[in-house]
Design a protein around this ligand. Structure first.
Ligand SMILES: [Zn+2]
Length: 437
């Protein structure tokens, strides 16, 4: 048993429904040997109740729940920063050529290692990951994530049209390869399988029907894809299917409580109703939406219709792994929407980056906050001494102000330690190196 002594911040209850930031200025989190949070409160109280437990002093900085990234592409780890293009040009010129390189297993293994390091170093402990179009590459991703200890839900990305020919597959092959991967990885340790049609644009009805069959064949599997990202893309999907974007999935029974769709920047009211009624979640990816010029996310309409929303980095359309940056960009975007924008506080940002993501992935009973009964998935944000963030945290007037500064200035190298199930998955090596510079 270890008591972690730190300033603890989390947002267990939805701030869009009245929840607020929960804070322990000099807090104690007691973690059992198997990674469960067994006690929580002021350090003095927790220490008093558990006098024989070891104490780990996390002096300075903030202890936060591990981040949950609900939309991130493993094959795009090396192409982050392809600025200056709208979605379909970016896919053609930037993303898909790199996705094709995943046919080379050695290349995919190297990228998988870089990708899981990118997540863990940023403090992301759980992710819904878009895999690759090649089964051995997806296997490499699961292996790398499993070795690192991350909670990863992922799967084979499939499509049978309008990509590069080498990325196309058939409905039968998509089913067979997906089932083989799921048999190997679904429910194995912290990994789960997600059926992953790339987007309706690249999937015939036959392919989407095969995805539905695979989803039904793997109990507890997830379904993830893209929706309503860019006006040109949406128009093409409507031409191909003769219906709206959400309906192209819904008519194959792909919209449900285990569904997470990325973007949804330009939904109709009918589409929002469908997502809400069916209990699907949307992964809002603000740096990607801004970088590709996809549009301003209508958070107000999602909330009004009761659609669940979480955050995703959308690496590599997004601009990096840090959920601090993603939260900040979500805040910027709502601020710039004027009267239609939802004012986001730091508590909203932390909730979206943790508990909301856990809920979208059906993991809320286990993770998402640092309360008793949760798994100890946590991030110690401890910027190097004397950096602007360190100065800002030191002089923050209250916990909300400290958290706002964390989102405004925090980067991956400020994340000193990361735990999943009480196991360290990041050491201070990077942070110390940063300090030496
Ligand atoms: Zn994406």
């Amino acid at each position: 048993m270890i008591i972690y002594r730190a300033q603890v911040l989390d947002v267990p209850d939805d701030p869009f429904l009245g929840g607020a930031l929960r804070s322990e200025q000099d807090g104690g989190i007691l973690v059992s040997d198997d990674g469960l949070i067994a006690d929580r409160g002021s350090f003095a109280d927790v220490r008093g109740r558990n006098p024989s437990a070891e104490v780990c002093e996390l002096t300075g900085g903030l202890l936060l729940p591990g981040f949950v990234d609900t939309h991130v592409h493993f094959p795009q780890a090396r192409i982050i920063g392809g600025l200056g293009m709208p979605l379909l040009d970016w896919l053609d010129q930037c993303a898909l050529p790199e996705e094709a390189r995943m046919a080379d297993l050695r290349y995919a293994q190297d990228v998988a290692a870089e990708f899981v390091s990118g997540l863990a170093d940023a403090g992301t402990t759980t992710a819904l990951v878009f895999g690759a179009h090649f089964a051995p590459a997806v296997d490499a991703l699961f292996s790398a994530a499993s070795d690192r200890g991350l909670r990863v839900t992922s799967g084979l990305v499939v499509g049978d049209r309008m990509l590069r020919p080498e990325l196309h597959t058939t409905a039968q092959r998509a089913y067979d390869e997906g089932l083989a991967l799921a048999n190997r990885w679904h429910g194995e340790g912290r990994t789960r399988y997600a059926v992953t049609p790339r987007f309706a644009l690249s999937c015939s009805d036959e392919m989407l029907a095969s995805c539905a069959a695979l989803h039904a064949a793997i109990p507890g599997s997830w379904l993830t894809s893209h929706v309503n990202e860019n006006p040109a893309e949406i128009a093409t999907v409507e031409d191909l299917f003769g219906c709206n974007y959400v309906e192209s999935y819904h008519r194959h029974d792909l919209i449900g409580p285990h569904t997470v769709l990325a973007h949804n920047v330009h939904p109709t009211d009918g589409e929002l109703d469908c997502l809400a009624t069916r209990g699907a979640a949307v992964a809002h990816c603000p740096t990607s939406n801004a970088s590709l010029g996809s549009g301003m996310f209508p958070l107000d309409r999602h909330l009004a219709h009761g659609v669940r929303v979480a955050l995703g980095t959308d690496v590599g359309g997004g601009t990096g792994y840090s959920m601090f940056k993603e939260g900040l960009q979500a805040y910027f975007m709502q601020h710039l929407r004027g009267a239609r924008g939802i004012p986001l506080t730091a508590a909203h940002l932390l909730h979206l980056a943790t508990a909301a993501g856990a809920a979208a992935l059906g993991l809320r009973d286990e993770i998402g906050d640092l309360g008793v009964g949760r798994r100890f998935d946590a991030v110690w944000l401890r910027p190097p001494t004397g950096t602007p963030l360190d100065v800002g945290l030191h002089h923050a007037g209250d916990p909300e102000q400290a958290l706002a500064r964390a989102f405004a200035m925090g980067v991956s190298t400020d994340v000193a330690r990361v735990w999943v199930d009480g196991e360290r998955i990041k050491t201070e090596r990077l942070a110390y190196h940063h300090a030496e510079l």
